[in-house]
Design a protein around this ligand. Structure first.
Ligand SMILES: Cc1cc2nc3c(=O)[nH]c(=O)nc-3n(C[C@H](O)[C@H](O)[C@H](O)COP(=O)(O)O)c2cc1C
Length: 218
């Protein structure tokens, strides 16, 4: 299917680009600023505004990136959930640093976050796990995320067996499944502007815990 045949769909969905939105403010707390932009992206009917690119690297510095969903934001950091034995899980276990990127094209906004990564508490992971739909909870048990799958039927069979093992709503959280928190050291707010004269504001966390701001050339 060509790209052109998709275009009417995106126009029908009213996804026009919004111009001249305000840039981020250096006077705001960056987590509050993030929340403000995130709320705006949600209210702009963007599909999955919480989708973000997560970059990790092996101890040798070989990078890898994939999309995950942002599930919780507070002053401690940015939380996503995954399989701790996946490729990203392995990389974060041996090299606990990550970079996140959110991009909302119709708002001409991008946010970049970098920092150390920690596992959230077992309690927090279990509470979140139990809030997920039954199918997703079975899926978390069924998938050996990032491992070799010989054929698709192997996965369906695992799902079938798990449905027999856990016929009701009571499904425990797998020990290898949970949340990671990216503790921000740098947060950059990027606002698109005409003639590529975009605005970039970076918040850098100082050892004191205060945030220092600086502007960057676009
Ligand atoms: C929109 C979208 C949302 C996703 N959300 C998650 C997520 O929250 N957690 C997750 O582990 N994988 C998520 N995935 C799948 C990952 O992109 C990736 O395929 C998977 O985690 C395996 O990555 P890894 O082999 O690098 O560990 C999502 C994919 C897409 C396209």
């Amino acid at each position: 299917m060509s790209l052109d045949s998709h275009m009417p769909t995106s126009r029908e969905a009213g996804q026009g680009i919004i111009h001249d939105l305000p840039a981020a403010s250096p006077d705001k707390d960056p987590i509050m600023q993030f929340q403000e932009w995130f709320d705006f992206a949600q209210s702009a009917n963007i599909y999955l505004p919480e989708a973000m690119t997560l970059s990790t690297a092996s101890p040798e510095g070989i990078p890898s990136a994939r999309i995950v969903l942002l599930k919780c934001i507070d002053h401690r950091g940015f939380v996503f959930f995954t399989n701790y034995n996946s490729r990203k899980g392995d990389e974060l276990n041996s090299n606990p640093r990550a970079a996140l990127v959110l991009h909302w094209s119709t708002l001409q906004r991008q946010i970049r976050i970098e920092g150390n990564v920690e596992r959230i508490s077992r309690d927090e992971s279990e509470t979140y796990f139990q809030s997920r739909p039954r199918g997703s909870r079975i899926g978390a048990w069924a998938s050996h995320q990032s491992m070799l799958l010989n054929e698709r039927s192997e996965l369906s069979l695992r799902v079938e067996r798990l449905n027999q093992k856990y016929p009701g709503e009571k499904i425990p959280c797998p020990p290898h499944w949970g949340g990671f928190r990216v503790i921000p050291e740098n947060i950059e707010f990027w606002q698109g502007r005409k003639n590529r004269l975009h605005e970039r504001l970076v918040f850098k966390r100082l050892p004191s815990g205060d945030w220092q701001t600086k502007l960057l050339y676009p």
